[in-house]
Design a protein around this ligand. Structure first.
Ligand code: MTE
Ligand code: MO
Length: 222
């Protein structure tokens, strides 16, 4: 039990984390042949899966909707803090997109529902000097993107997948979806979105993974 009252289920997957760091050093899966969205469906080095693998550090927060809080703060004019009810009361947005995990699986046509990043951004009004965003999660995970990446039309804070609440193992009650980047940027169990003036690489970005993470140009490692 942590100070936010949320318990973590499972154990940290130390071996998997070490293996993924090893893959980054080896440059595993790099083809050297960039792809083009639209011209083809699978980014280079990826293969399609019909199931939906679970990938995380191994400690899955068990968040009751009434415990869940989201803060959006840092360099913003109007910081906000939402309960799950506040979040559900926002205008709803949906989008269909493909998932591309850096471990080589891709899953097509996922229907996500939630609140658009654009709506959240309009409410908090990031300050001009805010240039980066860091997502913080209930399991201690973090990941970073430039401000403009979070502002894209297809980005959302999702509560549902294919019409059903996102299950705990996939990041429910609320996860980020950034369809244009490798899936490690899509933080599960999000609790805080922080605006910063300088960049701050997250969990995988400091362990050999690319700071940006575009699947089409194979920004796997860096
Ligand atoms: N909070 C949190 N978000 C996370 C992770 C994590 O360990 N913790 N893992 C990332 C990685 S590496 C991947 S591939 C995707 C996996 O999402 P899925 O388990 O729903 O397939 O979540 C990303 N978001
Ligand atoms: Mo991943």
């Amino acid at each position: 039990m942590k100070d936010d009252g949320v318990s973590l289920i499972g154990e940290i997957k130390k071996k998997l984390i070490e293996k993924k760091q090893e893959w980054a050093k080896q440059g595993r899966l790099l083809t050297g042949r960039p792809g083009a969205p639209g011209a083809e469906r699978l980014p280079p080095g990826q293969r399609e899966t019909r199931d939906w693998p679970v990938l995380d550090l191994g400690l899955q927060p068990d968040i009751k909707p009434e415990q869940w809080r989201l803060k959006v703060d840092g360099l913003v004019e109007n910081p906000l803090e939402w309960s799950f009810a506040d979040f559900q009361a926002q205008p709803q947005f949906d989008d269909v997109s493909d998932m591309h995990c850096v471990t080589a699986w891709s899953r097509f046509d996922n229907l996500w529902q939630g609140v658009s990043a654009k709506h959240v951004i309009a409410l908090v009004a990031p300050k001009p000097e805010a240039r980066f965003v860091v997502f913080h999660s209930y399991d201690g995970y973090t990941t970073n993107v430039p401000r403009a990446v979070f502002e894209d039309d297809d980005v959302l804070l999702a509560h549902s997948w294919e019409g059903k609440p996102i299950p705990r193992e996939h990041g429910g009650p609320v996860r980020i979806i950034l369809p244009k980047l490798y899936l490690w940027k899509s933080a599960k169990w999000v609790k805080r979105i922080e605006y910063l003036s300088g960049d701050r690489p997250g969990f995988w970005e400091v362990r050999g993974y690319h700071n940006h993470g575009d699947p089409w140009t194979e920004e796997r490692y860096g």
